[in-house]
Design a protein around this ligand. Structure first.
Ligand code: ADP
Ligand code: MG
Ligand code: MG
Length: 912
């Protein structure tokens, strides 16, 4: 029965002549490329006819030990028949041969990962027929040499699992052979190769292929076709595809589709061309048709960066490309048609499209459209402009920008001052904006291993290929000598928001000796360079980078305005200094969710008093030391309150184990003994006695306040005195005093009483009243479980998800480095719980604490102040469980606001 249903199943989807079996929303089945080829066909856009073999076939292929179901061949033959009918040509027919491309196409685009073979169907038998039909022998042999190169590389070598050493692959050998001819004849470009050159080259290629791969090049159309189809499926499990999937978290079960499509030729002469374009500028977001083209070229030529491509239109010319002829000028009619098609596509898909086209003898064909990759700046600008022109809603605009893209905007650039004084080595194309410095490395493997040992590296290549992806990921930035704005390096870097410069032709890279000669300078492996990816400039040395400046970006500001309109979750910041507080406020923080008081203790002028306090044996001694600290702490609070005037400030009372503040050396201890006028031995013994076996679970948090109440008394007094004095100056202060590490309600009750009594006393002294709150951190499982008791003594909760994660997992974060990465790599944990909240475990306890707490106290204010507060998925979780706010480091505040808006748009009601 299962067999019968499998038999009737459709595995092949046809498209051509204005009608297609598939649609854009069938990406899962047809892959992105196939679904969009079908959609474009249905829209009446000229697409060469062909068919798509579904992703299911890929999955079945692997299930069936790399064999196809018999009905696949039938369905392929029948679809091929329809194509032949439309084209009036026959596949493998010597008189009038049809040629096809075999193209991969997964659900989401994997740039360059899966291989495409062009010109399939050219054999010694069909060559004469094609020559007769086109009357263009040069073109036919150019197509044949391309087939030989691509097919032997992709099908006969890579898909066969052969892994030659770097530089020894079949493709390299064939390219070397071609370069030799070009050099001997002093040709600058491939297009200068004559018919005779090409004929000889093709013969030579076949010999090299047989010698290297121990196999003849297949000489029947059918053999080539099925070899190509299998190669696409094989490459799904190839090393590079697997590693890219791992980085991008694409599941293996998805599989890839295969597209078989009639060849159209951009390489028949100067009336033909090929190109890649974007409906808007993917680097800046500007609403301007933007692209590159090459006359008399085929397929990958633009992307591979073999020749420097021309801009498609006049508006896209830069200083460096001004002299090149645009398509707009060279073929105005075709350009107009292309322009209209790209408008139509953007309107239809309501997003920026990345398109491929080929012009054969003046006739335009569309070969691909997909949602284009873009960097953060462009993503924001496009989303905002599309919403303003009503192409999309504001909500869609917010959802369309990814948190990582927002993050990019908040990334550093090269300091303009440093840049003025720096030694400029070369110019290139600005493919990925931002600034970065690093040490020069020459191979992807080096980039990866150097980065692993903590070095910052810049990967320098002639051009990049999918083999380099792991190294590109590890590098701070990427620099290539060849290639245009749509080259592999540019596409991949843009997708990751990485700084990147391509087409830096002044670089003369010698891989053998690992030396770069550039405009009279020499760079060696390990030398520092700095890239300005926004301007396309390469500098010698390590230049200063400047912080990002999103506040001067008007699209960012518009978007953030909309963000604040839709989000219901508050966003505060973790700040310990007036400066941090001011920065965070400028980024839109609505208060301080965590002000740690201990950082203030570490400063040189204070640490002595702190040590004195800790090491004294008596309450009196401690009080004397604390009295010295009081004015200092008060000063800190004054600064922070002032910076945050009118906004709530949550101050956490002393939390870490005391011994963290103690002297480390005998010299320090001696010095202190002198100051305190106690014998060194005595102090040394006391110092040792404070040692703890497990400080994370030791004498810290509220346990300090319970045993040494005078410490907390001083801190509360400092907070309240600062607040009272500012109130008298008419600065509005909203202090929230937070007791850390509470596990039992009695701890909180005792310290709440202490806090209230000091606060009341202080306010009486100043004859003023301030609305203050007393709350607690929730960071122990017991606090969550007994939250109904704890809430009775708390005005607010702040989830300390760092410690809560440690205690729920029974896992010390500082020791987790030995095994946690292994857990994540091997899928035991999907994610590091210190990065993204473990919603099932830690999250479950948070929900329980909220529910129990709010039952007792309906208006209990709740927030989170762990590192998770700035992580988009955790922010979404916090919104969904109904917290009032998240608190994160100042630089994460915009991301948190943004993630909160996305969470609200995704539909859950949140708190308000
Ligand atoms: P990728 O996914 O790497 O972009 P593609 O399948 O899109 O691979 O093909 C690589 C190149 O070959 C592209 O430039 C594409 O436009 C070109 N190409 C693919 N099929 C054809 C065809 N039938 N006729 C002409 N050019 C083609
Ligand atoms: Mg490719
Ligand atoms: Mg493509």
């Amino acid at each position: 029965m299962a067999k019968a249903s499998a038999k009737s199943k459709k595995y092949v989807y046809f498209f051509g002549s204005g009608k297609a079996d598939g649609r854009a929303d069938m990406k899962n089945l047809l892959g992105g490329k196939g679904a969009n080829l079908a959609e474009m066909t249905n829209l009446g856009i000229p697409v060469p006819p062909g068919f798509t073999i579904t992703t299911e076939v890929c999955t079945l292929y692997y299930k069936n030990k790399r064999r196809y179901l018999p009905e696949l061949k039938k369905q392929v033959d029948s679809a091929l028949g329809r194509v032949e009918k439309i084209m009036g040509r026959k596949f493998g027919n010597p008189g009038n041969p049809l040629l096809v491309s075999v193209r991969s196409g997964a659900r989401s685009s994997m740039p360059g990962m899966m291989e495409t073979v062009l010109n399939v169907g050219l054999t010694t038998k069909t060559i004469p027929g094609l020559v007769r039909r086109t009357n263009n022998e040069r073109f036919v042999y150019d197509a044949y040499r391309r087939l030989l190169m691509m097919y032997s590389d992709v099908v006969m070598e890579k898909a066969a699992g052969i892994e030659p050493e770097d530089g020894h692959g079949i493709r390299h050998k064939l390219e070397d052979a071609m370069d030799k001819v070009k050099k001997a004849k002093r040709y600058k470009s491939d297009t200068e190769l004559s018919v005779d050159d090409l004929k000889k080259l093709c013969d030579e290629f076949k010999v090299i292929i047989r010698k290297t791969l121990k196999k003849d090049f297949p000489d029947t159309a059918q053999e080539q076709l099925w070899g190509g189809i299998s190669a696409v499926f094989q490459s799904w499990m190839g090393k590079r595809a697997v590693s890219y999937r791992k980085i991008e978290k694409i599941p293996e079960e998805w599989g890839t589709a295969v597209n078989v499509q009639t060849m159209v030729f951009g390489n028949t002469g100067d009336n033909s061309a090929t190109g890649v374009a974007f409906t808007r500028n993917p680097a800046t977001g500007e609403n301007m048709f933007f692209g590159e083209w090459l006359p008399n070229a085929q397929g990958e030529d633009v992307v591979a960066g073999i020749r420097t491509p021309n801009p498609v239109n006049k508006a896209g010319k830069t200083e460096d490309t001004r002299h090149l002829s645009s398509l707009e000028e060279a073929m105005p009619k075709v350009y107009k048609q292309l322009f209209n098609i790209q408008r139509k596509l953007e309107k239809h898909y309501t997003d920026m499209q990345d398109i491929e086209f080929t012009i054969e003898e003046g006739r335009l064909w569309m070969l691909q459209t997909r949602v284009g990759k873009r960097n953060g700046q462009a993503a924001i600008r496009m989303a905002v402009e599309m919403a303003k022109s009503k192409l999309i809603t504001k909500g869609t605009a917010i959802l369309r920008v990814k948190p990582d893209q927002m993050d990019e905007l908040l990334h550093p650039g090269v300091s303009p001052d440093a840049e003025k004084k720096a030694l400029e080595l070369a110019k290139g194309l600005p493919a990925g904006p931002g600034g970065a410095f690093g040490k020069v490395v020459f191979t992807a493997d080096d980039a990866e291993s150097w980065a692993k040992r903590g070095e910052k590296v810049i990967l320098v290549r002639n051009e990049t290929s999918p083999e380099d992806v792991h190294g590109m990921h590890a590098a701070e930035a990427i620099l290539t000598a060849k290639g245009g704005m749509t080259s592999h390096a540019a596409l991949v870097a843009r997708g990751w928001g990485k700084c990147c410069i391509v087409g830096c032709s002044a670089l003369d890279i010698d891989l053998q000796t690992k030396v770069i000669r550039v405009n009279g300078h020499t760079l060696r492996e390990g030398d520092w360079i700095t890239l300005n990816g926004t301007k396309g400039r390469v500098y010698k040395g390590k230049l200063d980078l400047t912080a990002a400046d999103p506040e001067h970006n008007r699209w960012y500001k518009d978007l953030m305005k909309w963000v604040d309109q839709v989000r219901t979750l508050g966003v505060r910041t973790n700040a310990d200094t007036p400066n941090d507080a001011a920065v965070a406020r400028s980024y839109g923080a609505e208060g301080i969710g965590l002000c740690r008081t201990e950082h203030m203790f570490f400063e040189a002028d204070r640490i002595k008093s702190v040590r004195e306090m800790i090491l004294s044996d008596t309450v009196e001694g401690r009080k004397t030391a604390l009295a010295k600290l009081l004015p200092v702490q008060k000063g800190d609070f004054t600064g922070i309150f002032r910076a945050m005037k009118g906004l709530p400030v949550t101050v956490r009372l002393l939390d870490p184990p005391l011994h963290e503040f103690l002297p480390h050396t005998d010299a320090e201890l001696e010095d202190l003994a002198k100051d305190m006028k106690v014998p060194f031995e005595h102090l040394n013994a006391k110092n040792k006695s404070l040692h703890e076996f497990n400080p994370m679970l030791g004498h810290r948090g509220c346990r300090l306040g319970v045993t040494y109440p005078e410490i907390y008394e001083m801190q509360v007094q400092a907070i309240m005195e600062a607040a009272c004095e500012l109130t008298k100056e008419r600065v509005k202060v909203i202090p929230e005093i937070m007791i850390p590490l509470v596990g039992h309600v009695n701890e909180l009750r005792k310290l709440r009483d202490l806090t209230v009594s000091v606060a009341e006393e202080t306010m009486k002294k100043y004859k003023t009243r301030i609305p203050y709150k007393v709350g607690t951190m929730i960071e122990l499982p017991r606090a969550c479980v007994t939250s109904d008791e704890i809430a009775s003594a708390a005005d607010f909760y702040s989830f300390g998800t760092n410690d809560l994660t440690q205690t729920v997992y029974g896992l010390s974060r500082d020791d987790a480095g030995r095994f946690l990465p292994f857990y994540v790599e091997n899928g035991i944990l999907k994610e590091d719980p210190f990065i993204s909240i473990d919603t099932d475990g830690v999250g479950y306890l948070m929900r329980m604490a909220l529910e129990k707490g709010r039952k007792v106290k309906k208006d209990l204010k709740t927030g989170i102040c762990g590192e998770h507060g700035g992580e988009p998925k955790s922010v979404e979780f916090c919104h969904n469980i109904g917290l009032d706010y998240v608190s994160c480091s100042p630089f994460r505040v915009p991301i948190a606001r943004f993630a909160a808006a996305q969470a609200a748009l995704k539909g859950k009601p949140g708190r308000k």
